[in-house]
Design a protein around this ligand. Structure first.
Ligand SMILES: NC(=O)c1ccc[n+]([C@@H]2O[C@H](COP(=O)([O-])OP(=O)(O)OC[C@H]3O[C@@H](n4cnc5c(N)ncnc54)[C@H](OP(=O)(O)O)[C@@H]3O)[C@@H](O)[C@H]2O)c1
Length: 273
């Protein structure tokens, strides 16, 4: 089952090739979603300090009855934190909320605070400080691997030019009709695995007739085609669902997209809403 197949990160840690997203899943409902997903075979859960559901994610893991060491947990340092002290404190807080002894992967949520995403300040110094806090927790064994999210090439270069421990992952927006080829290529060259977030375009691409037509050809759903697309690009998709039927079919990917269709999907342009 794809949810239990693994990639190996540049530091040797194995990570399940498919993860469950939990953005906008409330603390009240996330524990059940995590438990359902683990019962269906998922072994990788993606959360973040900003999602305010880390406690529920931890509860779901414990309720599943599966050994914690067999589950891979990703969480993220909030985008607004851009100094060493607060970052270090937030890592300990995440551990406490999750109720875990270690986190498998912790990443910087965004190079810029959300309110300044369009701004000129790249926060190079701030990101180096947060990285230093992640490196410290990594060396102490609190985190098994460290990475980034929403980082462009220049943001990654900023880390690579000064780090002791290199980023293993960049979690970015990738779905059919939004494939940042240059950034994907750059990350591959630096042995940085891409985690593809919003692989279903927040659910928006489900009604795209061109994508529907290709999915029909393989007798699969658009979500299945979209997730398989990410996997065939060598990425790690993170589809979000609280519906066990959706979780199940999203991990049922026993088909192969042809080279020709992969090229069509790769070059598909974003369709406006
Ligand atoms: N690093 C970042 O900055 C960042 C940003 C955005 C997202 N992420 C991560 O990536 C995860 C996924 O992204 P996302 O939450 O934006 O959206 P997504 O996974 O692209 O789409 C989720 C939507 O698709 C629906 N869906 C899922 N499977 C389906 C199926 N088989 N059939 C029909 N509908 C289906 C879900 O509804 P149901 O619940 O009803 O199935 C939900 O409404 C997030 O949860 C988060 O963990 C990270």
């Amino acid at each position: 089952m794809i949810a239990q197949e693994k990639y190996t990160l540049s530091n040797g840690l194995e990570v399940p090739k498919l993860g469950l997203g939990t953005w906008l899943v409330s603390e009240d409902t996330v524990a059940q979603a995590v438990k359902d997903a683990i019962e269906l075979g998922y072994r990788h859960i993606d959360t973040a300090q900003a999602y305010q559901n880390e406690r529920g994610v931890g509860e779901g893991i414990r309720a599943s009855g599966v050994d914690r060491n067999d589950i891979f947990i990703t969480t993220k340092v909030a985008a607004e934190i851009k100094n060493y002290k607060e970052a270090a404190k937030s890592i300990d807080q995440s551990l406490e909320l999750l109720g875990l002894d270690y986190i498998d992967l912790m990443i910087i949520h965004s190079p810029k605070p959300w309110e300044e995403v369009g701004g000129a300040n790249r926060y190079f110094e701030g990101n180096r400080e947060v990285w230093r806090a992640l490196e410290g927790a990594y060396k102490e064994g609190k985190i098994k691997s460290i990475g980034v999210s929403n980082f462009e090439k220049e943001d990654i270069e900023n880390i690579l030019s000064s780090c002791e421990v290199e980023p293993t992952v960049n979690q970015i927006l990738v779905h059919i009709s939004n494939t940042p080829k240059d950034l994907i290529e750059y990350c591959k060259e630096h042995d940085i695995l891409i985690q593809a977030y919003s692989p279903l375009g927040h659910g928006k691409i489900l009604k795209n007739p061109q994508i529907q037509q290709i999915a029909e050809k393989y007798k699969v759903s658009v979500p299945q085609l979209s997730i398989k697309y990410g996997l065939q690009l060598g990425l790690l998709p993170l589809p979000k669902s609280t519906n066990p039927d959706h979780m199940k079919s999203n991990a049922d990917l026993d088909f192969e997209i042809s080279k020709e269709d992969m090229t069509t999907l790769l070059n598909m342009k974003q369709v406006e809403d």
